[in-house]
Design a protein around this ligand. Structure first.
Ligand code: G1P
Ligand code: ZN
Length: 547
């Protein structure tokens, strides 16, 4: 038996979970009672009337600094809250898609995922914690609002008095009445991938000499990628690079884009490049795909996967529908139109796909920020996207470049870029957005950069499943030729404000399908700056990150 202590505490300001849970500097999470206050608030907000008796909680994280301490704290608090069982990944690890998979397969009540995704780790980096419900997906807004409300009225938290548990290998132990089951973090996920893909075809691909470079960026996908790609599918040792999860991600920024995955990019642009390059982020939900000499935009990747998904056993019967976040390029819309299936445009953030997936209205979905996923879990899934690409390349017996070229000549190419301006003073960024929002309506109908503005608004979304409305999801200018400029403030940054400008246009001229995206979009990029006044108002001469 262990005793439960009731510790008096007070509300701590600023604990409003965003689309990806509560994400803050490590130093915040290390403040006394900080983590405990939040965990108690989650439990208070989601506790069913009959309590947690008989319920299972899934627990794990991306291995970053603070992960192990947080796992032990959550275990003691879950015991105090009356959970029957916690399934925790060995070493405290679970990638975000694997956590979603375990919640669903084991019929859990929900899970706590410890991660700040692609944000840097280590003692000076970020930490985060997110609650996912029984469908395996991020808590909807009503729940995150309830959690926030609970953080504002908290007076105490309950925690069992017990020593740290050993978590390094699978096994069972008791913490008071709580059964703590340490599970292999990879096993459930690997079984699910077996159900979705034709592993024999993938084995044959590697046996035939196909070369893949998978950069795990010293984050959580290392063990998953090694187990599946190297051990099961026979990809040669060394296919998985930076495969050991480190608390500080080796000092890197585990965000799989062309800026932070520059080593992989260099590998893929070299003369002796492998056939395919891929990377995943801190918690394993994002993916970057690079062909030999050809970086692929995530928006294009989504469209091409939608057009080819039927080549994998799981999607052989076709797709019910697809969805993309509003700032994601419209490339997938064109595929949906040709397939005759619905295409939904949602606000940024994976949680908006949840209702559509649960209702069976969509099978595949994705975001421009390197997130792609399907109805197999309720999170985006980095390694899954790589396996689906491998399946497509194996079935078509083509290189990624050949698939891309064929796609663009069929559908046209949506040139796309995102320009991020990071760590702006909050007031400057907010004033810019407010002024822009006020100015937009008057731009409708005007001709700019040779195009007529057909829509100028602040994007609002009505969920087609539950009717809920989400406003202020990004400012957009849409032109008569399909070109778009979108601006929004990031909801996941932890320093000042990050302003993102998203720019796209459709090209159908067969002679103009192989341009550099920045050049192809140069006039719209200049227009975006002119309309927003960004350079002048922020004093920034160029974006911090261009993807
Ligand atoms: C960013 C991405 C968004 C993604 C989120 C969580 O959010 O832009 O697509 O869902 O991370 O991975 P943002 O910082 O733009 O609010
Ligand atoms: Zn992530």
């Amino acid at each position: 038996m262990s005793t439960v202590r009731r510790i008096a505490t007070q509300p701590i300001a600023g604990m409003k979970p965003g689309t990806s849970g509560l994400r803050k500097k490590v130093s915040e999470f290390e403040r006394p009672h900080y983590l405990e206050n939040f965990v108690q608030s989650v439990f208070d907000a989601v506790r069913p009337p009959e309590g947690f008796a008989g319920r299972t909680l899934v627990l794990g994280g991306d291995g970053r600094h603070g992960n192990l301490r947080a796992v032990q704290v959550v275990l003691r608090m879950a015991a105090a809250a009356g959970f029957a069982r916690v399934l925790v990944g060995a070493g405290g690890l679970l990638s975000t898609p694997a956590a979603s998979c375990v919640i669903r397969r084991r019929g859990a009540f929900g899970g706590l995922i410890l991660s700040a995704s692609h944000n840097p780790g280590g003692p000076d980096g970020d930490f985060g914690i997110k609650f996912n419900g029984a469908n395996g997906g991020p808590a909807p807004e009503a729940v995150t609002d309830a959690i926030h409300a609970a953080t504002l009225r908290i007076t105490h938290y309950d925690i069992a008095d017990a020593p740290d548990l050993a978590l390094d290998r699978p096994g069972r132990s008791l913490l008071g009445d709580l059964l703590v089951e340490v599970i292999d973090p990879v096993a459930d996920y690997r079984d699910l991938m077996h159900e979705l893909f034709d592993f024999d075809a993938l084995r044959a691909l590697f046996a035939g000499g196909f070369r893949l470079a998978f950069d795990a960026m010293h984050a959580v996908t290392g063990p998953y990628a090694k187990a599946i790609l190297e051990d099961e599918l026979g990809a040669p040792a060394g296919t998985v690079r930076n495969g050991v999860p480190l608390p500080d991600f080796g000092g890197g920024h585990p965000d799989p884009n062309l800026v932070h995955a520059h080593e992989l990019l260099a590998t893929m642009m070299a003369d002796d490049a492998p056939d395919l390059g891929a990377a995943s982020d801190g918690d394993g939900d994002r993916n970057l795909i690079i062909g030999r000499g050809l970086p692929l935009s995530p928006s294009d990747s989504l469209a091409m996967l939608a057009a080819n998904a039927h080549l994998a056993p799981a999607y052989r019967g076709g797709l019910a529908g697809v969805a993309r976040s509003m700032p994601t390029s419209a490339a997938v819309d064109r595929v949906a139109a040709r397939l005759g299936i619905p295409c939904f445009e949602t606000p940024t953030g994976w949680k908006f796909f949840g209702n559509l997936l649960d209702a069976g209205r969509i099978t595949l979905c994705g975001e421009e920020s390197a997130g792609t996923g399907s109805d197999h879990v309720r999170e985006k899934d980095g390694l899954w996207a790589v396996l689906l690409w491998l399946q497509v390349l194996a079935a078509r017996r083509q290189s990624l470049r050949e698939v891309a070229q064929a796609h663009w000549s069929t559908y046209g190419r949506n040139y796309y870029t995102r320009h991020d301006h990071e760590a702006l003073p909050l007031d400057v960024a907010q004033a810019l957005m407010a002024d822009l929002a006020a100015k937009l309506p008057a731009l409708a109908g005007q001709v700019m950069a040779g195009r007529r503005v057909v829509l100028a608004d602040d994007f609002a979304y009505t969920d087609p499943v539950d009717g809920s409305v989400s406003r202020h999801q990004g400012l957009r200018l849409v032109f008569d030729d399909g070109a778009r400029i979108v601006w929004r403030l990031s909801g996941t940054g932890t320093e000042g404000a990050t302003l993102r400008a998203y720019i796209e246009r459709l090209e159908t001229d067969p002679a103009a399908l192989a341009l550099d995206p920045q050049q192809a979009l140069a006039d719209l990029i200049a227009l975006a700056d002119r309309v927003s006044g960004l350079r002048e108002r922020t004093g920034r001469q160029k974006p911090d990150v261009v993807t």
